[in-house]
Design a binder for this molecule. Sequence first.
Ligand code: ATP
Ligand code: MG
Length: 456
Amino acid sequence: MLTPSHKDIRLGSSNPPRQSLPMGDGGEAVWIDVIQKMDEVYTELVDSQTELEEKNLRLEEAHDFIGSVLAAMTDVLIVCDADGLIQQVNPALETIVARRERDLTGLPIAGLFDDKSQEAVCGFLHELMNGGMVAQRDVSLAGPDSQKALISVNCTPRRDHRGRLVGMVLVGRPIGELQRAYRELDTAHQKLTHTQQRMLVSEKMAALGRLVAGVAHELNNPISFVFGNMYALKRYGEAITKYLSACNEKTGPDKMQALRRELKIDQVLRDIGPLVDGTLEGAERVRDIVQDLRRFSSNQEETPEVFNVTRLVRTAVDWVIKTQRMKPAVILDVPDMLEIRGRKGQLHQIIVNLVQNAADVLEGNPGGEIMITGEKTESEVIVRVCDNGPGIPPDRIDKIFEPFFTTKPIGAGTGLGLYISYNIALKQGGDLTVANRPGGGAEFTLKVPLDEHPAT
Ligand SMILES: Nc1ncnc2c1ncn2[C@@H]1O[C@H](COP(=O)(O)OP(=O)(O)OP(=O)(O)O)[C@@H](O)[C@H]1O
Ligand SMILES: [Mg+2]
């Protein structure tokens, strides 16, 4: 590839000088000297040639290496000079634009791109000249048959040994494939969301089914004893009417006494009070269940008003404790006045829920205690409802605010109390949290702002 070989040099230049030099005194020595010099020169020449060949070999290897790297690149590479004329491209670019490097060399770089991208590409070099950065710009290469290939481009300036800008290197990553994959992913995601929504709907339906079953069960009990009581009252009414008619007919005292025994009037009079009370209790229970249902489905808006939280806590506690068979001890540590502006009915609902839950876990526990504290800070009122029950197992504590989470038997609870309470607290601009007390039992902390923000 380079100059003639070692052997060529020796053959081609060893004879002629000997014939032309004169012989005589000392001539021999001169010849020897000349020949030695020539040998030295040839040796140097041969060494240089060997060195040159080695360098050439390394150069070729480096060239091949760079070529293989460029060929292996999936990213597009374009090198251009300071005038924006193409100097080199890699095979990835050649494939996309379906043109050979030799046909592209010397052409303006902008010509490789589609009409819309050309202006942007022309601007890249100017931006680099002005010290700017060209990173992650999306432009389209113009392929054969008006095809376009979207690439995300990074450009870096190319400088000479004095640091002057002599061109730029553009590296572009084809993102058409990525976009397609993204679109596919997006479609898959949409499908998944859709399926999730469907699952949510069926879950809601199942939850509704559970709710209806629970509610039906809860209603069944009071309604059946309201019915039973009403039939008894009807019978009692008939007996009393019969007895009063006999009274009006001026029946004699003996007959009246016999009739009184026969109609069990004394027993009837004794039973009427408890029967009416029982019926009322049943009707109240039905009313409470209906109210609970309404609170679940209600979207009626309550207007904020100024009220004393302490009074509200007292009534809520009374409500709950009155209905408990075995009443837990209640310790109230609340200042007389805790005034806020908010939605009274909703706050009442939260406190009733919390106290009811505490009373439920203490049922059958003779030492059961509910402690309620209240305090006012600069911006909020904090009410804590604590109990000395079993507390909440750690694996359930994250779930208790979820809708329909309940550990109570069917008919005893819907699992909506805390879910609704939590959402009411949030809606009022407050918060409801739970923790287990170090000494045992649960502690619910309700925070409500002193003045409900008009926007909430
Ligand atoms: N003070 C408490 N101590 C221990 N566990 C509690 C306490 N309060 C609530 N829980 C647990 O949280 C669950 C959910 O309570 P939540 O008030 O949401 O529903 P519920 O009381 O089961 O039914 P509902 O209130 O709708 O009648 C309860 O079933 C219970 O397991
Ligand atoms: Mg509850």
